[in-house]
Design a protein around this ligand. Structure first.
Ligand code: NAD
Length: 496
């Protein structure tokens, strides 16, 4: 069985570790590889080589760094199907969905190609007599990325291409549940011409993360994952004086107005709620039916009933299995909890199984109506194919409900009214808003701007904010004159 290599100092090496985590195929939970828990010595080697590589990589002209990204995006496109096949094999995602995962990452690499223009500073002439001020954007040093299981291509690609294009070096600690896709991404990055030590890949779990978070040579940490781990990573990184951006869990609401197009809304809700088995941080997990639209709920349940989970290469499959037996057990217990709490279970996917793959982590589409704010199925992130339906009378009530929720990753409103949409986008306390668009994940020339408990930090992923996150600004005030003005000492702080 494949022992997933580490990438240290430009070499893919077999870990000396005796501790491994099983990587399984979620369709049957059979082992497909072993992810090593990198040793302290290996982690130190990765940090030392990344620190050393920074000294030369930061001197490489920005246009040459951009050219590495140009070659990389082409290689990713050439290997798009192969990457999606690896990704499906370790996540169970359908091939179409796996291709989407890779594609949304490629888009970030395309954006990283623009780094020369994005790293330009500012200038002002004659800020005082004979004095000019200008600023440079300079890289930080060694940066760290810790990524979750649910987008093993897109999320690593949110991080290391932008950081490295800025002139930093990067250590990636991917999810131990699906490390094969990130390793293939790293191989292709080396093939694109990245010098040794610029990207390292360390495998393992929380011990490896904690060791890295406590390393004084790491300057900045990007994290994507669950709320408790995100809070821990943010606190530890900032306690250790590192810059940190931590993207965490979510509970995303979609508000359905009576003037919206029923057929379009219901079709959108089906894909946005149970697509990828609900394992998306931007999945719609709560549908808020306003006014008379609650009459549409039964029809939505009928549509969801037609979605069948299946194998990655079955084109009729709506989505695949959950990532692990633990994830499935958690989702099943939440479904049971919803029933105990008195929500109406209109569709129950708890008993779904796929013939011939009974050992897999399958859960069928599930839908509750009459869900209230006090219920655990409303409060907790379920991260499964489960949609909660809530009914309110007015748009104002819908806005108040969404704003009371502690998460703020994404939301959407379906309406034909510009005034309702304008009110919603203005008043809603959520960082990414879709108007007649169910899952509003911004393209990488914008940033991924989750709010509240869905994000800890200041500067978000990709776009201009990523350049700021992965760099320092140096501001220079300079006087160059033929004959200096002889004026005696300046005892004030004014520029003279
Ligand atoms: P997770 O928090 O369990 O793991 C994320 C990473 O942290 C992994 O690399 C893991 O090895 C590491 N880790 C786990 N426990 C740790 C600990 N105690 N100490 C230190 N490191 C630890 O998350 P997951 O289950 O892989 O991913 C699903 C979660 O990610 C969901 O909550 C989802 O909403 C969230 N997510 C958020 C976004 C976003 O942009 N906001 C995007 C994708 C996923």
């Amino acid at each position: 069985m494949q022992n997933v290599p580490l990438l240290i100092n430009g070499e893919f090496v077999t870990s000396e570790s005796q501790q491994f985590i099983d990587v399984t195929n979620p369709i049957n939970n059979q082992s497909i590889a072993k992810a090593p828990c990198a040793t302290d010595r290996e982690i130190n080697l990765a940090v030392v080589s990344a620190k050393e590589a920074f000294l030369t990589w930061r001197e490489v002209p920005v246009s040459e760094r951009a050219r590495v990204m140009m070659r990389y995006q082409q290689l990713l496109k050439d290997h798009h199907d192969e990457l999606a096949t690896i990704l499906s094999g370790e996540t169970g995602k359908t091939f179409a969905d796996a291709k989407g995962d890779v594609w949304r990452g490629i888009e970030v690499v395309e954006q990283a190609m623009n780094v020369p223009a994005m790293m330009m500073g500012e200038t002002a002439e004659n800020v005082a007599r004979g004095i000019d001020t200008y600023s440079y954007i300079q890289p930080l040093g060694v940066c760290l990325g810790i990524t979750p299981f649910n987008f093993p291509a897109m999320i690593p690609l949110w991080m290391f291409p932008m950081a490295i294009a800025c002139g930093n070096t990067f250590i990636l600690k991917p999810s131990e549940q699906d490390p094969l896709t990130p390793n293939r991404l790293a191989e292709l990055f080396m093939e694109a011409g990245a010098p040794k030590g610029v990207l390292s890949v360390i495998h393992g779990g929380k011990e490896q993360v904690n060791k890295l978070l406590n390393d004084p040579d790491i300057r900045a940490v990007s994290f994507v994952g669950s709320v408790p781990v995100g809070q821990h990573v943010y606190k530890t990184a900032t306690d250790n004086m590192k810059r940190a951006q931590c993207f965490a869990g979510a509970k995303n609401h979609s508000v359905i107005m009576p003037d919206s197009n029923k057929e379009r809304v219901l079709n959108n809700l089906v894909g946005a709620s149970v697509g990828a088995a609900g394992q998306r941080c931007m999945a719609i997990s709560v549908a808020v039916f306003v006014g008379e639209t609650h009459h549409w709920i039964d029809e939505l349940a009928e549509l969801l009933k037609d979605v069948k989970p299946g194998l990655w290469d079955d084109e009729s499959a709506g989505y695949g299995p959950l990532i692990s037996p633990q994830a499935k057990a958690k989702v099943l217990s939440m479904i049971q909890q919803g029933k105990n709490e008195g929500a109406t279970c209109l569709l129950d996917g708890s008993d779904f199984t796929l013939l011939g793959y009974e050992e897999g982590n399958w859960v069928g589409p599930t839908m509750f109506s009459d869900v209230t704010e006090e219920m655990e199925i409303y409060k907790q992130e379920i991260f499964g194919p489960v949609l909660c339906c809530v009914h309110v009378d007015t748009l104002e009530e819908a806005i108040a409900l969404v704003n009371r929720n502690p998460y703020g990753n994404g939301t959407s409103i379906f309406t034909a009214s510009g005034a309702a949409a304008r009110k919603y986008q203005h008043e809603i306390e959520v960082g990414q808003v879709g108007i007649n668009v169910p899952i509003p994940v911004p393209l990488p020339f914008f940033s991924f701007t989750g709010w509240k408990n869905s994000f800890y930090g200041d500067l978000h992923a990709y776009g201009k904010q990523a350049i700021r996150f992965y760099s320092e600004t140096k501001t220079i005030t300079a006087r160059w004159v033929e004959d200096d003005i002889a004026s005696g000492p300046n005892m004030t702080i004014s520029l003279k």
